[in-house]
Design a protein around this ligand. Structure first.
Ligand code: MN
Length: 333
């Protein structure tokens, strides 16, 4: 996916809630025809671990005319993580990759020094694949400075480790179900994703699938910071009630967080070791300096990222570059 806007920051001011935790509210944004809830970056927090961008979209009807239609656009300095709850999205990139993704699968694109891609809702010819409801998240992972110039790559993982989260022992234990946990990036407890990661990180989906309330204790690495958000339903994490569009931040130093949810709820846990690097994000580029942004913009204008085959339509044009805004001091996250 792509940010259409040059500056993707969410302007909401964090509101302290409980035990130094903070809950922020998504900003509504548009990616083409698709309405998204943009949960990260925040003006005051540009990354959580290496996660530097969180868009949550849908559930939205797609009928072949609406839905996701992001024309070819470039990326540098990041990995894109595509994860669906419903529907399907077709990915094409300048390496020649063409991959339809379905719920429970991971599309992971490592831009390294540069890649271009397009993502579209499609109406698959197979009735079994036909699903007009699109619901998912688009996440970016910043590449640490030492890995920013790696070769571009694309991975599709149809099978990912799943583990049940031990149910929290409570007086209601007989009526409380377990979360099913899928680790799509990094590791959580004993489960490790096969996807390529460049920093200590976790990305996991928790679902309360059973026809009952689910509760459990998330094991957390104390050297990680984390965020938790829900994609549908209602949950409570570390005592904080959450609904879609809210982002709970958990600082380093925690070893566990209790989480509970209504049946049918999907919860996301993202975290990692604080990056400790000052990111400069503009349009679809994650860089460190305005000069890098300007150079990448010129490379895109000059067609140096390569063509995305198979897409019917024109590539995206970069917005006008405002160097003065790029040079504005930013907090280190
Ligand atoms: Mn993209």
């Amino acid at each position: 996916m792509s940010t259409i806007e040059a500056n993707p920051e969410v302007d909401d001011v964090p509101v302290p809630r409980k035990n130094d935790h903070e809950v922020t509210t998504a900003r509504n944004a548009q990616v083409g025809n698709l309405a998204v809830r943009r949960l990260l970056p925040l003006r005051t927090r540009r990354s959580v671990g290496a996660w530097c961008f969180i868009d949550h979209y849908g559930p939205a009807d797609t009928d072949g005319r609406t839905g996701m239609n992001v024309p070819p656009h470039p990326h540098i300095g990041l990995q894109t993580v595509t994860w669906l709850l419903h529907g399907n999205v077709l990915h094409r990139d300048s390496l020649g990759s063409e991959q339809l993704i379905r719920p429970g699968q991971l599309n992971l694109m490592t831009s390294g020094r540069g890649i271009a891609h397009a993502e579209e809702s499609v109406i698959p010819p197979s009735a079994a694949d036909r699903n007009p409801v699109l619901h998912g998240v688009q996440l970016w992972v910043a590449l640490p400075d030492a890995s920013r110039q790696v070769e571009p790559a694309f991975e599709h993982h149809a099978v990912l480790p799943q583990t049940p989260l031990p149910a929290t022992a409570t007086g209601r234990a007989t009526s409380v179900g377990r979360f099913a946990v899928t680790v799509f990036l990094g590791e959580l407890a004993e489960s490790r994703s096969p996807a390529t990661a460049f920093s200590p990180i976790v990305g996991a989906e928790l679902t309360a699938r059973q026809q009952q309330h689910a509760a459990g204790t998330l094991p957390l690495r104390p050297d990680f910071e984390h965020v938790i958000f829900v994609a549908n339903g209602r949950a409570e994490a570390d005592g904080v009630p959450l609904e879609p569009g809210q982002l709970l931040y958990l600082p380093t130093g925690l070893e566990a967080a209790p989480v509970a949810a209504q049946s049918g709820t999907t919860v996301f846990l993202l975290g990692g070791v604080p990056l400790g690097e000052q990111l400069l994000m503009w349009w679809n580029f994650v860089a460190r300096t305005p000069e890098e942004i300007a150079a990448a913009t010129a490379r895109w204008r000059d067609g140096e990222f390569g063509a995305v085959g198979g897409y019917q339509g024109e590539p995206l044009l970069a917005p006008a570059l405002d160097v003065a805004r790029l040079l504005r001091p930013r907090p280190i996250s």
